[in-house]
Each structure stands twice: as structure tokens, then as C-alpha cells.
Design a protein around this ligand. Structure first.
Ligand code: AMP
Length: 398
């Protein structure tokens, strides 16, 4: 078990908190503040317990000096300030005397936030990736600024960066923040020790992204529903005609292998909503074999019914990836219906593994209908694959 924030004393200590403030932002306007809100419990706890608080996060990717202009954390610091009573200082630096002095002068309950950690990826116009490649000197330096490290950024927990692993391996004491702790608890309950029957639903565009998840789920789940673009590779592996649908030819053998190992666990679509090209047009429908001149962009209504019946009675459901091109209004039906079906199962533990499915559920106003919607796309996927996440592994054990 990893240490929790409640396991350590933070009073009067400088607490370095890696948060995930990687929010969608354009021209300084934040369109979704969920990630800021999700960090509040940890921040408020630290204030209540007299810590001196230093927050930091990455925002987007920094590949040039120019990227830095639109990727400052300053607007995020302002948004955070409007949510907390405590005065907050923003220091537009990632290192140096100004930052060090500001941290040294913090009093208990005061909060400082410093600049985008990925500004360290580009120094003097040169791409050095000090943050993203976990430069040992950088992790050591950031660790030297505080007494305790709290990792509360789940979205980057599958990456070993200087701002998580680098600091944790160079500081005496570290722990998980409340957000990450809840993610670990929920994903463990949902995928590692699921109450049965456990139904997993996997969708999205690419088989190659989800292979490892399906592999792991074959040993854990009672049923694995596969929808979205990746389903067509599986259908082709079964000998069906898939027209112009997405297909990963080099994954056909693997799909066959999974199907033969699945003992009927894998459930595929039985009909398809199609278009002649990749466009938001009125769909035509086909059974499991598609005409040559169309591509499947969503599951059809019979598949929706089939998937609903498989979901009925499930005690645990884990969902990752849309059932079709849900960005097109004509092809979002499958994703919406499946989302609704999962949300309406009574007494089940229901989990969404971040990314597009989380966005779809929130967009439909279902955010409170699931037991847990993960804040991390890649991180929750890797967790579901059964991998150890470096951003969690690096934290001190209880
Ligand atoms: P992923 O990142 O692998 O979860 O894939 C998400 C993307 O898959 C979304 O942008 C969907 O539009 C896309 N997608 C889902 N179903 C299909 C399909 N049948 N054909 C093409 N793209 C799809």
C-alpha cells in the first residue's frame, strides 16, 4: 500500500504537490475546469493542516519557445484563486532565485503555484525534454525545494517524468494525494478485484491501442464487448465482409487468437451503421456483413440491444472507448445508448476509463451516474492492462 496524505505530518512543512492542471485552454480561456476542481480536496486538506503549499503541473506539450506563450499556468492560477479563500501567488518560473525565495518565505496555509513544468522541455530554443525524460538533475533540484512530495496527478501517472518520479526518488517522504488515491482504489476494485459478473466494454478506433487491455481482460472479465472502429478488425478475422471500415491488417492474426481463446467471452456487433465516406451523413444500415462501398461508423440498433442484454445483471462494468464516431451526430447513437445502459444498471460498480468515453458521458450529463469516471485516459488504460504506473510506484510504501 502506498502512503496516503493522511499518513504523514504536513504541519509547517513545505509540501510539493504535483497536480494535474492540464485543462483545455484557448486564448487564456479554460473550457473545462474539472481537473482544477478535482485537486481541491488535497489543497484544502493541506491548508487546514498548516502546510506551506507548492503546486505545479504541466500544461500541453512544449516543443518550442513559441509554445510557451500560450501554455502558461497563469490563467489556471487565476481560476484556482477564484475557488479558494487562501491567497495564492503565481511565480512564472520553473527554477531559480525568485522561485526559491518565494518558497522560502511561504507561511503555513499559504499557496504558491509555479510555471508549467514542461517549460523545462525547451531551454534556449533547444528541445531538451528535461521534464518529460526525467532529467535526474531537474528532479533532484525540484525535490530540494520542499520537505514532502504529494502526487495528485493521475493523468501523468503512467509516465516517469521529473515532476513525479524525479522528485519522489530524491525526497525523504512522499505520498499519494486524495485524487490519485481514489483512482487507485476505484480502478483496483473495478478491474483487479471485480465483483462478478464483470462486463468490460472496449471501443475506439485502434485495436493496437487496446490489445494489452483485451489480453488482460480475457483472464478477468466474464464478457468483453468490443465496439467502435476496432470491432471491424475482429469481424474481418471471423470472415465477415467489412467494406471500407477501419481495419488493422497486421492485427488480424491476433484478433483470431483472442477470439479462439475467448470461450465466447468476446461479444462483437451484429449490425452496423454505415456511410459511403467518413462524413456526418444519414447512415445506412447493414447486418454483420457490410456492402463493399461503405464504412461502418457506429454499431447498429440490434447490436445496441445485444449489448444492453449482456450488460443486464452485471455487478461490475468497465468502459473504455466509444462505440462509433460519436463526434458525428448521425453516428453517436451507439455510444449514447451504451452509456445510458451502463448508467442505469442498479447496484453495479461502474467505471469509465477516461478519455473519449469519459468526455461522452459528461457531455450527456451522466457524470453522477457512474461509480467512477477516471481523470486519466492513458493512465487508466495502462492500469486496466495490469501495468504498474511509475508515478504511483515511486511513492513511499505505508
Ligand atoms: P480511441 O482514442 O482509440 O479511444 O478512439 C476514439 C476515436 O475512435 C473517436 O474519435 C471516434 O471517432 C473513433 N471511432 C470510433 N468508432 C469508429 C469507427 N467505426 N470508424 C472510425 N473511427 C471510429
Amino acid at each position: 500500500m502506498k502512503k496516503s496524505l493522511k499518513d504523514i505530518s504536513v504541519k509547517n512543512k513545505i509540501v510539493l504537490v504535483r497536480v494535474d492542471f492540464n485543462v483545455p485552454i484557448k486564448d487564456g480561456v479554460i473550457s473545462d475546469e474539472n481537473r482544477i476542481n478535482a485537486a481541491l480536496p488535497t489543497i484544502e486538506y493541506l491548508v487546514a493542516n498548516d502546510a506551506k503549499i507548492v503546486l505545479f503541473s504541466h500544461l500541453g506539450r512544449i516543443k518550442s519557445e513559441d509554445d510557451k506563450k500560450s501554455k502558461s499556468l497563469e490563467p489556471i492560477a487565476k481560476a484556482l484563486q477564484s475557488k479558494i479563500k487562501q491567497p495564492l501567488v503565481f511565480i512564472p518560473e520553473t527554477r531559480g532565485k525568485k522561485l526559491e525565495d518565494a518558497i522560502k518565505s511561504l507561511k503555513p496555509k499559504e499557496i504558491l503555484i509555479f510555471e508549467n513544468t514542461r517549460f523545462e522541455d525547451v531551454i534556449n530554443n533547444e528541445v531538451v525534454k528535461n521534464e518529460s525524460k526525467n532529467n535526474p538533475e531537474l528532479g533532484k533540484y525540484w525535490a530540494s525545494l520542499g520537505d514532502v512530495f504529494v502526487n495528485d496527478a493521475f493523468g501523468t501517472a503512467h509516465r516517469a517524468h521529473a515532476s513525479n518520479v524525479g522528485i519522489a526518488t530524491n525526497i525523504k517522504e512522499s505520498c499519494l494525494g486524495f485524487l490519485v488515491e481514489r483512482e487507485v482504489e476505484m480502478l483496483t476494485k473495478g478491474v483487479q478485484n471485480p465483483e462478478k459478473p464483470f462486463v468490460a466494454i472496449i471501443g475506439g478506433a485502434k485495436v493496437s491501442d487496446k490489445i494489452a487491455v483485451i489480453d488482460n481482460l480475457l483472464t478477468k472479465a466474464d464478457k468483453i464487448i468490443i465496439g467502435g472502429g476496432m470491432a471491424y478488425t475482429f469481424l474481418k478475422a471471423q470472415g465477415h465482409k467489412i467494406g471500407k471500415s477501419l481495419c488493422e491488417e497486421d492485427k488480424l492474426e491476433l484478433a483470431k487468437n483472442y477470439l479462439s481463446r475467448s470461450n465466447g467471452k468476446i461479444i462483437l456487433p451484429i449490425d452496423s451503421a454505415n456511410a459511403e465516406e467518413f462524413a456526418d451523413v444519414k447512415p445506412t444500415y447493414s447486418g454483420v456483413d457490410l456492402p463493399d462501398d461503405v464504412m461502418g461508423l457506429d454499431i447498429g440498433p440490434k447490436s445496441v440491444e445485444l449489448f444492453e442484454s449482456v450488460l443486464k445483471g452485471a455487478k461490475t462494468v468497465a468502459w473504455n472507448g466509444p462505440m462509433g464516431v460519436f463526434e458525428f451526430k448521425n453516428f453517436k447513437n451507439g455510444t449514447e445508448k451504451v452509456c445510458e445502459a451502463i448508467a442505469s444498471i442498479k447496484g453495479a460498480f461502474t467505471l469509465i476509463g477516461g478519455g473519449d468515453s469519459a468526455a461522452a458521458a459528461i457531455q450527456m450529463g451522466f457524470q453522477n451516474k457512474f461509480t467512477h469516471i477516471s481523470t486519466g485516459g492513458g493512465a487508466s488504460l495502462e492500469f486496466m492492462e495490469g501495468k504498474k504506473l511509475p508515478g504511483i510506484e515511486c511513492i513511499s510504501d505505508k
